[in-house]
Design a protein around this ligand. Structure first.
Ligand code: ZN
Ligand code: ZN
Length: 636
């Protein structure tokens, strides 16, 4: 019997092995391989070859050569390769195994270089998680399947975000960030898609509203019956000529003919004081009754002038923002006009296309309406809490989906605005979010769970799964909707028991940390948790704890220690002189300045209360019971 089973197993194994016997053998690459370049390589080819050489030399622990002639065992780059890229969109690439060798080729100004980075990520496991954390396993050899044929075309012509690491050139290159506002990639790396002049809110400057305030008040917007320099009158033909001249001047001084696209922003100032003169009102009434009508009409004429002047690679950018968010009727943006739709009013807990989230339904309608008349929509999206930046912004479940939605609705460029002041306010999960954003922009359909797991392990160390659980618990205990200014109690509602569980998870993650760097990352992100607890008077900040005043002071001091000069978008340093630090929740530290009578009164009564606190809390007895009841292993 035993023999028959063995024989049957042998037959099974034979059949299982058969397909491999006939398939081409996988490529095994080791230090004997070289990088093959054309005899006169371009700067793109030289850059790609050098990158491959440097990283592969590190992987194999010995020098990998760059050659211009090789019969076998080579990675051919650019024109030396046989990978056909003729049908691939601009800035795309192809990585192909042909005849036992590897061929990498690309299109446009950065396709080839990105192809080299993709090869290193895909086959060497190289991951650039932050500006200082690059994971690169060493090996004697790496394996490239014989049927490898990776074709990539960029999902967006412009991909940008701020945060911390995305400002780093190497990080941006590895993770596909191409916008030039927060980084400038050198020409051999393909450069960046740059805005010439201002990035946003440029209208006042281009129309010189302040200059003409007295001499030509009719150039200014008539709002609420008064002329204001806040916006120009967009139907005044002389204003148009001023703006045109300024845009053409900008281009005369800074046009880059080699760029794949260069953008000039003609965008409304950051206020609602649009023109209500009779001409503007009449034009808008005839085009859907929306303010975007005069804006598109104005910008179209500038775009025409730019085209007539021969600037074929230049696009004029305008906003669909606040009062211009709705698309007009009967007027269509020119091909060289970019409409940047802004999601500032949205909910970032629910996906933008979630029909159950009433805050997002209108935005989706506007996106569809613009997509019907404009083939070049960019999106300005938001990814942090500007009012309470230290508190976790629970958008982790929608980052990738929203970027998919943009792509599926013909959006060509995305700027994910986040905590651009992170160097003064880094207490949350900024690096994780930045990585999720970058990877989603590079490929909206990437395996995000795998990316997140890899990031968490590299950044937080062996206790990363505790951090993952903490994040999941945050996502499951939010308020109903989340805006970019939600308060602490609108953001999360944790029970006392959940607070104790999350406290325990943070402790375990910290205990497991293997390096000082991982510890620092955990303690830094943990500040956001402590900040929320202080704001919500939970855990050690509970009113039952007679030591809660000291806890607030400790949190305040730790924020200083970790370099936090800001706790919200506005006011560098302005929470540092709060006179009520021990007595008020952390999110109120931006108020209670020394010279205000309200602050002094609060301080007086708080000090009084503190005197009686030991008595009121029965010298901590109630807090001990509270902790015991809510502990991870409660006594009852
Ligand atoms: Zn007007
Ligand atoms: Zn919502």
């Amino acid at each position: 019997m035993k023999k028959i089973i063995s024989l049957a197993m042998a037959v099974c194994l034979l059949f299982a092995a058969l397909p491999f016997a006939f398939a081409e053998e996988a490529i095994t690459m080791d230090a004997a391989w070289s990088i093959l370049v054309p005899s006169s390589p371009t700067s793109y080819e030289t850059f790609a070859a050098n990158k491959l050489k440097t990283v592969l030399s590190e992987v194999f622990g010995t020098d990998v050569a760059i050659v211009s002639d090789a019969a076998e065992k080579y990675i051919a780059v650019g024109a030396a390769s046989a990978a056909d890229v003729s049908g691939i969109a601009v800035n795309g690439y192809r990585i192909q195994a042909i005849g036992g060798n590897v061929h990498i080729n690309g299109t446009g100004v950065r396709g080839l270089q990105e192809g080299a980075y993709r090869f290193l990520e895909e086959f060497c496991g190289r991951k650039v998680y932050t500006e200082s954390i690059t994971v690169l396993p060493t090996a004697e050899s790496i394996t490239v399947p014989a049927d490898t044929d990776i074709v990539y075309e960029p999902f967006f012509e412009y991909a940008d975000t701020d945060w911390r690491s995305p400002c780093d050139v190497e990080y941006s290159m590895a993770n596909g960030l191409t916008g030039g506002t927060y980084r400038r990639l050198p020409a051999e790396m393909g450069g960046t898609v740059n805005y010439l002049g201002g990035f946003c809110h440029t209208m006042g400057g281009l129309c010189e509203t302040a200059k003409y305030k007295d001499s030509h008040p009719e150039y200014l917007a008539l709002h609420d019956g008064e002329r204001t320099i806040d916006q120009p009158c967009l139907t005044n033909p002389e204003v148009l000529e001023i703006a045109k001249a300024n845009v053409l001047n900008l281009l005369a001084g800074g046009h880059d003919p080699a760029a794949s696209v260069q953008i000039v922003s003609v965008t409304q100032n950051d206020n609602y004081n649009y023109c209500e003169c009779e001409t503007c009102k009449a034009f808008e009434a005839a085009h859907g009754g929306v303010q975007s009508a005069t804006m598109i009409n104005f910008v179209n004429q500038i775009a025409d002038a730019v085209k007539e002047a021969g600037y074929d690679n230049v696009a004029i950018d305008t906003f669909a923002y606040q009062y211009t968010r709705q698309a007009p009727t009967g007027i269509v943006p020119r091909d060289n006009v970019i409409v940047r739709l802004c999601t500032i009013e949205c909910c970032f807990l629910h996906a933008l296309d979630d029909p159950a989230c009433e805050r997002n339904v209108d935005l989706m309608k506007d996106l569809h309406d613009w997509a019907a008349i404009c083939d070049r929509i960019y999106v300005w999206d938001y990814t942090t809490n500007y009012g309470n930046t230290c508190i976790v912004f629970p958008d982790f479940d929608v980052i990738q989906r929203n970027i998919q939605i943009f792509y599926e609705n013909h959006v060509k460029g995305v700027y994910e605005e986040g905590n651009y002041y992170i160097r003064n306010c880094d207490a949350e999960f900024g690096e994780l979010r930045a990585y999720m954003i970058s990877k989603s922009l590079q490929d909206p359909y990437c395996d995000m769970e795998k990316e997140v797991d890899g990031f968490l392990a590299a950044y937080y160390g062996p206790g990363w799964q505790q951090i993952k659980t903490i994040l999941r618990m945050h996502m499951e205990n939010t308020g109903e909707h989340i805006s970019i200014g939600s308060g602490p109690s609108q953001s999360f509602q944790f029970t006392d028991r959940q607070v104790a569980v999350i406290d325990g998870l943070w402790e375990k993650a910290l205990e497991a940390a293997a390096t000082d760097e991982q510890k620092e990352h955990i303690q830094r992100s943990n500040l956001s948790w402590r900040f929320w607890k202080s704001s919500a008077k939970k855990g050690e900040f509970s009113i039952l704890n007679p030591m809660r005043f000291e806890e607030n002071v400790q949190l305040f001091e730790d924020l200083q220690k970790f370099g936090l000069h800001q706790i919200s978008e506005g006011g560098y340093d302005d929470y540092l002189d709060c006179i009520c630090i021990p007595y008020v929740p952390a999110h109120e530290w931006n108020t209670y300045e020394a010279d205000e009578s309200g602050a002094r009164a609060r301080l007086f009564f708080s000090k009084l209360l503190r005197r009686f606190t030991p008595l009121l809390s029965a010298f901590g007895f109630f807090y001990d019971i509270f902790r015991a009841v809510n502990a991870e292993d409660p006594i009852c």
